[in-house]
Write a protein that binds this ligand. Structure first.
Ligand SMILES: [Zn+2]
Length: 297
């Protein structure tokens, strides 16, 4: 249960949200915190995740185009089913946002930004991102944080930011909406584990795992070529070169026969990309809030 100090803290955290959303965020956060005192079983994980996913879908511009929805779920399910052993009901969505991001919510809800798909050049790269996010869910990284942080911190939002940009303004806008400004940042170990999961999942699904380091490289190149503008978060929270080399080294240890014949790209993916590009421009975003100092909540 929550004591009065906890309730005060939760209340303070949601103060800057619109009134209508604040109530929902309060309930969701309080529920998650109250739940965090004991082990969170799969049913609770799904309940918490469903609540958050609903809020995200209400507050972020989700692309509803039937063909886009169909394809991202087809691709996502083809990856999830080769690694999920718990029978989760997975859901994948494209956010109409041109910043480069993707995130996962416990229970099997994966979101990828339109901008990340636009930047990717092959099926393997997008599959790598989805595999990474799926890995955060299957390894229950956010759930473990919820269980560990009872009472002292409210790391409940389960937002994975691929670019390690959790404190940035760009990432913050999604996070505010998802969890009333409260979120947990995955540890380096969790990120490395999700990278390994992304590689293994891609291979099992018959897709070239080199998409994982390739996409990291694209993000790094983006940072070099466009150091200002919407991608300013790359400056304060750079993607580490070591993550690229670590994933490349891991792929180098995979027996060659497992890598033979894997798919790098296909016409269906390119058709998906073209359809996404042909949609009306993404909605204007309000200016990003200034980045918070590390550790700020
Ligand atoms: Zn991650």
């Amino acid at each position: 249960m929550l004591d009065s100090v906890q309730m005060f803290r939760i209340s303070a955290m949601t103060r800057r949200l619109p009134r209508s959303f604040r109530a929902a965020a309060l309930v969701a956060i309080a529920t998650a915190v109250a739940t965090s005192g004991c082990a969170i079983n799969q049913q609770r994980e799904v309940e918490i995740g469903t609540d958050y996913a609903k809020q995200v879908e209400q507050q972020l511009p989700i692309i509803r185009d039937a063909e886009i929805v169909r394809y991202i779920n087809l691709l996502g399910d083809s990856l999830a089913r080769v690694t999920d052993t718990r029978g989760l009901d997975w859901s994948f969505a494209v956010v109409d946002d041109m910043t480069l991001n993707a995130f996962a919510i416990p229970g099997g809800f994966i979101f990828i930004n339109r901008g990340l798909v636009a930047k990717a050049t092959s099926l393997a790269q997008v599959a790598g991102v989805l595999g990474h996010e799926i890995g955060h869910v299957t390894k229950r990284h956010s759930v473990k944080q919820m269980q560990q942080r009872q009472g002292t911190a409210f790391g409940v939002a389960a937002v994975c930011v691929l670019t390690d940009a959790c404190n940035s303004g760009a990432a913050q806008s999604a996070i505010d909406l998802a969890a009333g400004g409260v979120f947990s940042k995955f540890s380096r170990d969790d990120e490395a584990e999700a990278d390994r999961e992304g590689i293994e999942t891609a291979i099992r699904a018959g897709i070239d795992p080199n998409g994982v380091p390739e996409l990291f490289q694209l993000l790094l190149d983006e940072r070099k070529s466009r150091p200002t503008g919407v991608e300013t978060f790359f400056i304060s929270h750079p993607l580490e070169e070591s993550r690229i080399s670590a994933t490349r080294q891991l792929i180098a240890t995979v027996p060659p026969e497992r890598l033979r014949g894997l798919v790098r790209d296909n016409p269906a993916f390119q058709a998906f990309k073209r359809r996404l590009a042909a949609l009306p421009p993404s909605p204007e975003k309000k200016p990003a809030a200034p980045a918070k100092p590390p550790g700020a909540r």
